[in-house]
Write a protein that binds this ligand. Structure first.
Ligand SMILES: CC(C)(COP(=O)(O)OP(=O)(O)OC[C@H]1O[C@@H](n2cnc3c(N)ncnc32)[C@H](O)[C@@H]1OP(=O)(O)O)[C@@H](O)C(=O)NCCC(=O)NCCS
Length: 173
């Protein structure tokens, strides 16, 4: 089983029994406001079960449950591109609100970035952050990601238009 950790944060594959807890931590507008509309609100148990069944037994594992001191608190994943983007992966993540600002995602992003460059055939990891999401931008900067571009008015979220801030990190040779 692929898993890796710091002393208090562990990334591990999903198990079916994670679904109720995922529904609990994901069903929060403060979380979904920072994510694509494919992450629904409200977030139901059926949404959680459908998500998890895509990744149970995934090989190689690219999407993980984040555990903090043994408790399942969020998700993090790498989504590899296709065609000319096949050597790049998009990183995505969220944490249940009661666990914010404890440094958990900074540790999780560092772990999955190192894992991705070692174990997947990729040379670049990137993501786009909504302009108002300062916490996520801060996490990426703490993990050595570079602010590469601001895509003006790229995002339509909750009926409003926002800039997208693109971050990337390339594999060191
Ligand atoms: C964004 C998110 C993943 C951050 O996770 P986290 O574990 O709280 O992040 P960390 O504690 O590792 O680091 C957050 C940093 O941002 C800072 N921060 C938090 N809110 C901030 C704000 N409103 N403005 C500026 N900085 C802020 C914190 O102080 C901390 O920096 P520090 O370590 O220098 O003090 C979490 O808030 C979350 O899941 N949000 C909802 C989903 C989401 O945004 N996903 C990412 C989409 S791109």
């Amino acid at each position: 089983m692929t898993q890796f950790s710091t002393p208090d944060v562990r990334l591990r594959p999903f198990v079916s029994a994670d679904a109720p807890r995922l529904a609990e931590i994901a069903n929060n507008k403060k979380v979904s406001d920072n994510l694509r509309d494919g992450f629904p609100h409200p977030y139901t148990l059926a949404d959680a079960e459908n998500f998890i069944k895509k990744f149970v037994g995934q090989e190689p594992a690219t999407v993980f449950a984040i555990e903090y001191n043994g408790e399942y608190v969020g998700n993090i994943g790498l989504h590899q591109g296709t065609d000319v983007y096949r050597k790049s992966a998009e990183i995505g993540y969220f944490l249940g609100e009661s666990y914010w600002n404890k440094g958990i995602m900074t540790q999780a992003v560092k772990l999955i970035t190192e894992y991705g460059f070692k174990n997947l055939d990729i040379v670049r990891i990137y993501t786009g952050v909504f302009e108002y999401n300062q916490a996520s931008q801060h996490v990426l900067e703490k993990c050595g990601y570079t602010k590469e571009a601001i895509l003006k008015k790229a995002i339509c979220k909750n009926g409003q238009i926002w800039d997208e801030v693109r971050y990337g990190k390339v594999k060191e040779e």
